[in-house]
Design a protein around this ligand. Structure first.
Ligand code: GDP
Ligand code: IMO
Ligand code: MG
Length: 423
C-alpha cells in the first residue's frame, strides 16, 4: 500500500480538516507530518464544531489509528487542552493516538522567543501565530531541540539546559521581560507533559511502514499551505517547515515511492492571514464581502483573514511542487452571490506578463484577470453535481483545463454533509 497525502495549495485554511474528516472512513490511518499548533483545522458535523491544532482530523471516526509524526512540533499545553476538550464531547484517544519519539517539543521559552522576535522585527514582522513554531524548528535544525523521546530519560536536566540558554537569549539579545510569563505557564507545561506521556510514544517511522506493509491505507494530513512552505513559499513570510508533499516523506519516514495519491485542496477564492505578499488581495468592498460570506477569521488566532480572487499562477506552482493528482475545491458557496468572478491567470511585472511564480513577489505585481460569470444560486443545500448551476460547472472546468488535472470534490458548506463528489 501507499500513503495518500492531502495538502493545502494556498496560504493555509483551505479546509483541510473538513475534508480529512470526510475522507477518513476510506482510510485506516490518519497522520500529521509537519507544523504544530499554528494549525487550526475545523470540523463540523452533528452540531459539533471542533478546531484541532495538533491532533489529526481522523479522530472523530471510530476504529482509526491516528499518528503524530516526527515532523510535527508539539506544545504540551495546547495538546492537553485539546485532549480535555475532546474528552468532554466523549472522544477518548488513549488507545488510538500514537506520537513519534522524534517529534520536537515546543518549550514555554520557544513561545516567548517567538513573541520577542516578532516584537523586535516591528514593521517587518512575519505575523506569526505566536505559538513558538519558528524558534522550535530553529532549535531542531540547530541540533539543539528536545524531542518527545527525551521525556523518557533524564529530561529535567536537558530541559533546564535549554531553558537557561533561551533565558540568556531573551534577556541579552531581545531585552525581553520573560519572567512573569514563564512562571505563569511552566507548571501548565509540565502538566501537559504528563498528559503527553500517557499516550503511546513510539518509533512512528517503523509503525507507519509496518502498517503499509500490512495493507493498511494511510492518509497524511498537511498543515499550513504550499505558499507557506519554508523553501518554496513567499519567504520570509512563511512557516518554518516543509508543507509540500516531500514534507510527508521526511515528516513520517516514508520513502518517496510510498506516496500514492496527492490531493491538493484550495478555496474557490484565496485568503491569507499574517504578513507577506498576496497579489490578488482585495482591499475593497469585494474583499470584505468575501470575508463576511466565508467567515474568514483565523481558526487559531481569530485574526481577520485577508481575502482575494483565486490565483491560478500560484495554484499551478503548488500543483507542480506537490505532484497533485486531483484537486479539491472548497467554499464554492462563498461565491454564491457574485454576478461575476475573477480568476488570476498571469502576473504583470514592469509591463511584462509572466505565468510562473517569481522569486520575489512585490507590490509591483499586477494580477491579470479572466472574468467568469457567477452562478448567483444558493449551493449550500445541493446534494449532487446534477444540480450544479451551469456557471459553476464552467468555473470548475476552467480550473481543470488550466491545471491539467481533475477536481474530484467540491465543497458547498462547512458541514461534513455539504461535500459533493464529482464525476
Ligand atoms: P484548515 O486549516 O485548512 O483545516 O481550514 P480552517 O478550518 O482553518 O478554515 C476553513 C474554514 O472554512 C472553517 O471555518 C470551516 O468550517 C469552513 N469551511 C470548510 N469548508 C467550507 C465550505 O465549503 N463552505 C464554507 N462556507 N465554509 C467551509
Ligand atoms: P492551517 O493548518 C494559515 C501563517 C501565519 C504567519 C506565518 C508564520 O490552519 O492552514 P508561524 O506561526 O507558523 O510561525 O507563522 O504562517 N500560518 C498560517 N496561516 N493557516 C495556518 O495553518 C497557518 N499556520 C501558520 O499566519 O503568516
Ligand atoms: Mg486553519
Amino acid at each position: 500500500m501507499k500513503a495518500d497525502v492531502l495538502l493545502g495549495l494556498q496560504w493555509g485554511d483551505e479546509g483541510k480538516g473538513k475534508i480529512v474528516d470526510v475522507l477518513t472512513p476510506k482510510y485506516d490511518v490518519i497522520t500529521r507530518f509537519q507544523g504544530g499548533p499554528n494549525a487550526g483545522h475545523t470540523l463540523e458535523f452533528n452540531n459539533i464544531k471542533q478546531v484541532l491544532h495538533t491532533i489529526p482530523s481522523g479522530i472523530f471516526r471510530e476504529n482509526k489509528i491516528n499518528i503524530i509524526g516526527n515532523g510535527v512540533v508539539i506544545d504540551p499545553i495546547v495538546f492537553k487542552k485539546e485532549i480535555e476538550a475532546l474528552k468532554k464531547i466523549g472522544v477518548e484517544l488513549s488507545q488510538n493516538l500514537y506520537i513519534s519519539k522524534k517529534a520536537h517539543l515546543i518549550l514555554p521559552t520557544h513561545r516567548i522567543l517567538d513573541a520577542a522576535s516578532e516584537q523586535q522585527k516591528g514593521e517587518t514582522k512575519i505575523g506569526s501565530t505566536l505559538k513558538g513554531i519558528g524558534p522550535t524548528y530553529k532549535d531542531k535544525i540547530g541540533r539543539e531541540g528536545l524531542r518527545v523521546g527525551d521525556l523518557l530519560h533524564n529530561f529535567g536536566t536537558k530541559y533546564q539546559e535549554r531553558v537557561e540558554n533561551h533565558k540568556n537569549l531573551l534577556s541579552e539579545f531581545y531585552h525581553f521581560d520573560y519572567k512573569q510569563i514563564l512562571s505563569e505557564c511552566e507548571q501548565d507545561w509540565f502538566e501537559g507533559i504528563e498528559v503527553l506521556k500517557s499516550f503511546q510514544i513510539v518509533d512512528t517511522e517503523h509503525f507507519i511502514n509496518d502498517l503499509l506493509k500490512k495493507n493498511k491505507s494511510v492518509l497524511a494530513e498537511g498543515a499550513q499551505g504550499t505558499l507557506l512552505d519554508i523553501d518554496f513559499g513567499s519567504y520570509p513570510f512563511v512557516t518554518s517547515s516543509n508543507t509540500i508533499c516531500a514534507g510527508a516523506c521526511t515528516g513520517l519516514g516514508l520513502a518517496p515511492q510510498k506516496i500514492g495519491k496527492v490531493l491538493g485542496i484550495f478555496k474557490a477564492y484565496c485568503t491569507r492571514v499574517g504578513m507577506g505578499p498576496f497579489p490578488t488581495e482585495l482591499h475593497d468592498e469585494t474583499g470584505k464581502k468575501l470575508r463576511d460570506a466565508g467567515n474568514e477569521y483565523g481558526s487559531t488566532t481569530g485574526r481577520p483573514r485577508r481575502c482575494g480572487w483565486l490565483d491560478l499562477v500560484a495554484l499551478k506552482y503548488s500543483v507542480m511542487l506537490n505532484g497533485v493528482t486531483e484537486l479539491i475545491m472548497m467554499k464554492a458557496d462563498v461565491l454564491d452571490s457574485f454576478e461575476t468572478i475573477k480568476v488570476c491567470v498571469g502576473y504583470e511585472i514592469g509591463g511584462e506578463v509572466i505565468e510562473h511564480f517569481p522569486f520575489e513577489l512585490t507590490d509591483d505585481v499586477k494580477p491579470v484577470y479572466v472574468e467568469l460569470p457567477g452562478w448567483e444560486t444558493d449551493l449550500t443545500k445541493i446534494k449532487s453535481q446534477d444540480d450544479f448551476p451551469e456557471e459553476l460547472n464552467k468555473y470548475i472546468s476552467f480550473i481543470e483545463d488550466e491545471m491539467g488535472i481533475p477536481v474530484s470534490i467540491a465543497s458547498v458548506g462547512p458541514n461534513r454533509e455539504q461535500t459533493i463528489f464529482l464525476e
